[in-house]
Write a protein that binds this ligand. Structure first.
Ligand SMILES: [Zn+2]
Length: 244
């Protein structure tokens, strides 16, 4: 493919625009993970809050069940007490009395468990309250953080679009066949697809270039690539000699 000096300088200009575009793309890509992290922190805090609420509800259910147990034991003891006088034999009387004592003792044990549950419920409610306050704070911070991050993202996308437009304008000046080679090299993980020849070396991989290749680069006869790293080579403009 034939080359012109203009085509090659357009390619070098395109590469510098692409470098800026890559940086703007990084800016754009950096924001969504930050947004996700803020949302995930908030979600985790909500889950802690939900877990605390569920724990309180569970303890209250247990307490309710124990209260029903106590009532049942007390009912049984009362019922059995009224039946005592109807019993004819001494043995039956004693057996019933023992049964009543057992029921009363069981009710007492359950009452103790209820007291413990009430303590646990108080603790759980306090924890819930603390978490609710914490959640409220985190929600406020998160809202501000998310607003800022959304603004950052929108700004980064705007910058990216502006550079993209400039980049596309530069790309339009590069011949299609040259652009294809350039895009291909970049797609292989080499963003610096066009490199200068520096003192007979490839400007990227530093390998010594054959004099014949350097001559080809200088002549602009065709697209010359480094034999080692396959990047497109160009002869940089000689800096103007310093004024005497
Ligand atoms: Zn090279």
């Amino acid at each position: 493919m034939a080359l012109t000096k203009e085509a090659l300088s357009a390619l070098v200009a395109l590469q510098s625009k692409d470098a800026i575009l890559d940086a703007r793309q990084k800016d754009v890509d950096a924001v969504p993970p930050k947004i996700a992290a803020v949302k995930s922190d908030l979600e985790n805090e909500k889950k802690r809050m939900d877990a605390a609420r569920a724990k309180t509800i569970d303890l209250e259910k247990k307490k309710k069940a124990k209260e029903l147990d106590v009532a049942a034991k007390e009912d049984a003891a009362r019922k059995h007490s009224t039946q005592l006088n109807e019993l004819k034999s001494n043995d039956a009387y004693k057996a019933m009395q023992a049964e009543i004592e057992k029921e009363k003792a069981a009710a007492g044990d359950i009452e103790t468990e209820i007291l413990q549950l009430m303590e646990d419920i108080d603790k759980s409610r306090a924890e819930e309250k603390a978490l609710a306050a914490e959640l409220k704070k985190i929600e406020e911070f998160s809202k501000k953080d998310l607003e800022k991050l959304e603004a950052d993202l929108s700004h980064a996308k705007g910058e990216h679009a502006a550079v993209k437009a400039e980049r596309d304008a530069s790309a339009a000046l590069v011949p299609a066949d040259v652009l294809r080679v350039y895009d291909h090299i970049r797609s292989r993980g080499k963003p610096d697809a066009v490199v200068p020849v520096v003192d007979g070396h490839c400007g990227a991989c530093q390998i010594n270039l054959a004099p014949i290749l350097i001559a080809e680069v200088a002549k602009l006869k065709s697209l010359a690539v480094c034999e080692s790293c396959q990047r497109i080579l160009y002869k940089p403009e000689k800096p103007a000699p310093a004024a005497a």
